[in-house]
Design a protein around this ligand. Structure first.
Ligand code: CP
Ligand code: NVA
Length: 308
């Protein structure tokens, strides 16, 4: 069974095949209304559960629309409204849901919840973000980079900010897709060493540079994310803002990269904090292509999971 839990645990060839299919499916829909059915209906007769224990706009809507375009049906569930939020174990929830649905996507807090869901479900499970990783996002990001600039292999990607869950999936992707990744951020918010180990075990070339201007020299892509993630305590907000302020992506920082360097952000963004509006709305920003490509990439992920 094909669970889609993380980029470092999914075979390189499968990741590439998923992106190829995403690109084909996107092209095939060119110019159609969003609600139009795809020519092929690979999810016809399939029911997909989308479980959210954290807020979401893009993940919720893109999975829901993607399933419907492919002929399937969805149920969007809030963790708090399920017995899951009232003490029923993950293992029991996984076994029960597997009797009703063909595929489970879950956005949750601890990585262990995702792993337990996958261990006990008898249907495929997709990671829709945990405190540790966000693999669907980075599939869309790699797809977006390649649409604009061709193969990402050998390119230089710079992450400026918090060494968080989205960075972690970028690190795994660096190993799988063969791009160089530089982390620039405060030492206190360095990436998880275990994540770096997983990425380096795949051959990832990852460096750390505290000076953001030195870091972006020669960069083909600059990426950032919110300074306070959904799992971070609000009490840490002021400290994090102070630590991360030097790593804000400004037009000056973009100008220190390659002239055609792209800018990405998984969104939601806090304009004026981690990135200036001039960058978000600037000529090198591809943030809304990234958001769109969540739809196409995840449709291909679901097909891979179900083998359809
Ligand atoms: N980028 C992303 O996952 O956005 P949502 O939190 O809106 O799903
Ligand atoms: N790092 C962010 C990503 C949101 C899509 C968070 O976990 O809140």
């Amino acid at each position: 069974m094909n669970h889609f839990l993380d980029l470092h645990t999914t075979a390189q060839g499968d990741l590439r095949a998923i992106l190829d299919q995403a690109h084909q499916m996107k092209t095939a829909r060119n110019g159609r209304p969003k609600g139009a059915a795809d020519d092929s209906q690979p999810l016809a007769g399939h029911m997909v559960a989308l479980i959210f224990e954290k807020p979401s706009t893009r993940t919720r809507v893109s999975f829901d629309v993607g399933v419907r375009q492919m002929g399937g049906q969805t149920m969007v569930l809030s963790g708090a409204d399920m017995q899951l939020g009232h003490g029923e174990t993950i293992a029991d929830t996984a076994r029960v849901l597997s009797r009703y649905v063909d595929l489970i996507m879950i956005r949750t807090f601890e990585e262990a919840v995702l792993q337990e869901m996958a261990e006990y479900a008898s249907v495929p499970v997709i990671n829709g973000l945990t405190n540790r990783t966000h693999p669907c996002q980075i599939m869309a990001d790699v797809m977006t980079f390649e649409e604009h600039r061709g193969p990402i292999t050998g390119k230089k990607v710079v992450w400026s900010g918090d060494g968080n869950n989205v960075f972690a999936s970028f690190a795994h992707a660096a190993g799988q897709f063969g791009f160089d990744l530089t982390f620039t951020g405060p030492q206190a918010l360095d990436p998880d060493p275990a994540v770096l180990g997983e990425a380096r075990a795949l051959g990832a070339d990852i460096s750390v540079e505290r000076d953001p201007y030195k870091a972006v020299a020669g960069a083909d892509l600059i990426v950032t994310d919110t300074w306070v993630s959904m799992h971070d305590p609000q009490s840490a907000r002021e400290r994090r803002h102070n630590q991360l302020y030097p790593y804000k992506v400004t037009t000056d920082l973009m100008a220190a990269a390659n002239p055609d360097a792209l800018f990405m952000h998984c969104l939601p963004a806090h304009r004026g904090d981690e990135v200036d509006s001039a960058v978000m709305d600037g000529p090198n920003s591809v943030i809304f292509d990234e958001a769109e490509n969540r739809l196409h990439a995840q449709k291909a992920v679901m097909r891979w999971c179900l083998g359809v």
